[in-house]
Design a protein around this ligand. Structure first.
Ligand SMILES: [Zn+2]
Length: 199
């Protein structure tokens, strides 16, 4: 027989589904939410509802956005000739926090992973090719993760884009093979960007 009421049990079950939250942490969080004042606890529920109702993918680059375009695509001061290719919005966020890149992005929403059954068609690669075909872009910076799959994805894309008059570079120096951009610190990202090499 369970020791908790049905609604507490449900809350613990939901929290335990979150990444990195084990059963014990889920219990601790649930009791914390019962202890704090009601406004704070419901603030969390509202923030979750808001983000799910209002946030979607940018029409142009597939970053997260609340309007049609994300804040980066709507910013006319950004360099419209540079396009940095990342796997996920989290990677874009890491590069933005490093604060050294002033161009635009294209978010693939994943990487080519044959073993997981993810092919190029499931990513936003077609849309990327359309953007490059439309013209105005002079440099593509491949910032997929330096993993086997990230490198394979970068190679696939650079082959597709080879028919266009754009220079294609790859983040290189600094980021250790296999490490993930989202966990790489600002200094290393800065070095990787400035030291980018032609693919
Ligand atoms: Zn955008």
């Amino acid at each position: 027989m369970s020791q908790v009421t049905q609604s507490i049990g449900k809350l613990i079950d939901e929290l335990a589904k979150l990444p990195g939250i084990g059963r014990k942490s889920a219990e601790r969080l649930a009791y914390h939410l019962l202890r704090v004042n009601k406004t704070d606890a419901l603030g969390l529920a509202e923030a979750i509802r808001d983000v799910r109702d209002n946030v979607h993918y940018c029409r142009t680059c597939y970053n997260l956005a609340e309007g049609e375009l994300c804040p980066i695509c709507s910013d006319v001061r950004r360099d419209q000739q540079q396009l940095c290719i990342v796997e996920q919005p989290r990677d874009l966020m890491a590069l933005e926090q490093a604060g050294v890149y002033r161009g635009l992005y294209h978010v693939l929403l994943g990487r080519i992973a044959p073993l997981d059954g993810i092919g190029p068609d499931q990513l936003t690669i077609d849309r990327l090719v359309d953007r490059v075909r439309a013209g105005g872009i002079s440099e593509i910076i491949m910032a997929t993760n330096p993993t086997v799959e990230g490198n394979g994805t970068a190679l696939h894309i650079s082959n597709l884009l080879s028919e266009f008059p754009v220079s294609i570079t790859r983040l290189a120096r600094g980021i250790t093979t296999g490490s993930l951009i989202e966990y790489t610190n600002k200094e290393v990202l800065e070095e990787a960007l400035t030291g980018r090499q032609r693919l």
